[in-house]
Design a protein around this ligand. Structure first.
Ligand code: PMP
Length: 286
């Protein structure tokens, strides 16, 4: 079976799918995107992701080329056509194709919509969670609006690559005061001495993770205390536990930051418990 992607109204063999070299995402990273988990063939937290997509687009004055109902249909079609049981759907909207010029294209230039689906490996993900991940810290050199989920990800790409080359899975980004904002492609969490979850407030310094929001609600339902406040790298070193969250990782325990063991050096019970609970709580749409 060959994979199928969606490009501007058409379902095309993934290997042959493409957009114009004039597309503004190619030339300027002028686009927004979302990644939604598919679990047991269902989309997880779809409403939250589509709301965030609409917000990102609004913030960049970018028009979505199709209505939300059509978008939902396209995502389902991709899940079905690609036989995705567990995996993800990716969708991207750009300011369309136009002669290269920083100025927005003239009114009426259609936005580009691309979407595709890919299968994940549930067993490999569980093994990674059981082992825990290593993280390195790096300065957060991104622009001042990482709350917008734009395709402009160069600092994130460089940070993740540096982490990988250092034998780590993720990079935690530090602001000028030494506080952890988030990971290069995930939100960052610690568990403090009282057992409370601590994560950076969802202000303009981080992407407001859909998984993050869901985990806060799960914590509340389970009676786990949490607080949204910045935490420093020093505080993370001494934390009881640490973990990351995101639609592609759900919850992954962090067992090592910059070569220092976190907690016992093994995945912590709070992180593993939240991971285990996630799919019991997260809303699915058929
Ligand atoms: N922060 C960044 C920078 C990300 O790229 C992601 C993944 N999209 C997240 C946080 C987590 O967001 P979500 O839970 O919505 O996947």
């Amino acid at each position: 079976m060959s994979r199928v992607a969606y490009v501007n109204g058409r379902y095309i063999r993934h290997a042959e799918a493409g957009v114009s070299i004039n597309d503004r995402a190619f030339l300027f990273a002028d686009g927004v995107y979302e990644v939604i988990e598919v679990y047991g063939g269902r989309l997880i937290d779809e409403d939250g992701h589509l709301q965030r997509l609409a917000r990102s687009a609004r913030e960049l004055r970018l028009e979505l080329p199709v209505a939300e109902t059509a978008l939902r249909r396209i995502l389902r079609e991709l899940v079905a056509r690609n036989l995705v049981g567990d995996g993800h759907v990716y969708l991207q909207v750009t300011r369309g194709a136009a002669k290269r010029d920083h100025i927005f294209p003239k009114a009426g230039t259609p936005s580009t919509l691309v979407a595709f689906a890919h299968r994940g490996d549930r067993a490999a993900a569980e093994a990674r969670a059981r082992a825990g991940i290593k993280v390195i810290s790096l300065p957060d050199i991104r622009w001042k609006r990482p709350d917008i989920k734009s395709t402009s990800l160069l600092p994130n790409v460089l940070a993740k690559q540096q982490a990988r080359e250092a034998g780590a899975y993720e990079a935690w980004l530090l602001d000028a005061e030494g506080f952890v904002t988030e990971g290069s492609s995930s939100n960052a969490w610690i568990v403090d001495g009282e057992g409370a979850l601590v994560t950076h407030p969802a202000d303009s310094a981080i992407l407001s993770g859909i998984t993050r929001a869901r985990l806060l609600r799960i914590a509340a339902a389970k009676g786990v205390k949490w607080v949204e406040r910045p935490f420093s790298l020093q505080e993370a070193f001494g934390a009881r536990e640490a973990f990351i969250s995101g639609a592609t990782t759900i919850v992954l325990p962090v067992v090592d930051i910059d070569g220092r063991k976190i907690g016992s050096g093994a995945p912590g019970p709070v992180a593993l418990d939240l991971r285990a609970a996630f799919h019991d709580f997260a809303p699915v749409t058929a």
